[in-house]
Design a protein around this ligand. Structure first.
Ligand code: NAP
Length: 251
């Protein structure tokens, strides 16, 4: 049994897609969830309603993770609201096409700012609230692109590769405080983020090239996150858990 019994989990980008599935699964396992989102309040409220109507506990916190000040303020609000913070899931991210021949420096920077610097901002603001003796830990979300790169998304691949080395360095650094730091690296997942690639038969075509013959569902990523955050993973730190239908090397 995986149980969190009142532990408080912050999920960035917890309002829709993979983050929504992560937020819901944590609450189904007894955690209280702080759902961070950037701007789409309706989606966040819908997620909150799904959780509370199922008997779970959650609260919404709006903060753009690219702002260190906003993130620090948001995490202080989370701790004030729930009284503690135990698990941080750095899930928020963006994926916007840009080939190297036309990509503007601003476009490059935005992806790095959200995906990589956002992850740093949240870890930096959260770390002093975490207590390894309670089993508190951090999960970062990378991608297959962070390991093999992605044509026309070099900025995305670089940001996600950065998350992997950030995870490894931080896991070693925080091991002395017994705070585990792990990473989940999804492959193709059926969310709005990847919709541009799925239209016009793209979903089926991509699926055919994955060893398990389909893209993943958000709940399948959430299951890996919840496992790594649980006491069942108490001796796992600095690990990159691929959840991709076998797609890292041959997609
Ligand atoms: N979908 C895939 O195929 C796939 C594959 C590999 C890895 N991933 C990774 O999995 C994670 C979740 O992806 P997803 O598919 O669930 O994405 P999604 O459906 O596009 O949802 C993105 C979430 O991130 C939030 N967000 C974006 N920028 C933010 C910012 N600056 N500050 C705070 N929140 C922000 C969004 O909030 P708003 O709604 O308010 O904008 C939303 O809640 C991402 O890190 C992504 O890179 C996804």
């Amino acid at each position: 049994m995986i149980q969190f019994d009142g532990e408080v989990v912050l999920v960035t980008g917890g309002s829709r897609g993979i983050g929504r599935a992560i937020s819901r699964l944590f609450t189904e396992n007894g955690a209280r969830v702080a759902i961070d989102y950037r701007s789409r309040t309706e989606d966040a409220e819908e997620t909150l309603e799904m959780i509370t109507s199922a008997g779970g506990e959650a609260a919404l916190f709006q903060a753009d993770i690219t702002s260190h000040a906003a993130v620090t303020d948001m995490i202080n609000q989370v701790v004030e609201h729930f009284g503690q913070l135990n698990i941080v899931v750095n899930n928020a991210g963006i994926w916007a096409e840009g080939d190297i021949k036309s990509m503007s420096p601003e476009h490059w920077q935005e992806t790095i700012d959200v995906n990589l610097t956002g992850t740093f901002n949240v870890c930096r603001a959260a770390v002093n609230h975490l207590d390894g003796s309670r089993g508190d830990n951090i999960i970062n979300i990378s991608s297959t692109a962070g390991q093999r790169g992605e044509a026309a998304y070099t900025h995305y691949g670089a940001s996600k590769g950065g998350i992997i080395s950030f995870t490894k360095g931080l896991s070693t650094e925080l091991a002395e405080d017994d705070i585990r730091v792990n990473c989940v690296a999804p492959g193709w997942v059926d969310t709005e983020m990847a919709e541009p690639a799925y239209k016009d038969g793209g979903l089926e075509k991509i699926g055919r090239n994955i060893p398990l013959k389909r893209v993943g569902q958000p709940e399948e990523i959430a299951a890996a996150v919840v496992f790594l955050a649980s006491s069942r993973a108490s001796y796992i730190t600095g690990e990159i858990l691929n959840v991709n239908g076998g797609n890292v090397l041959c997609g």
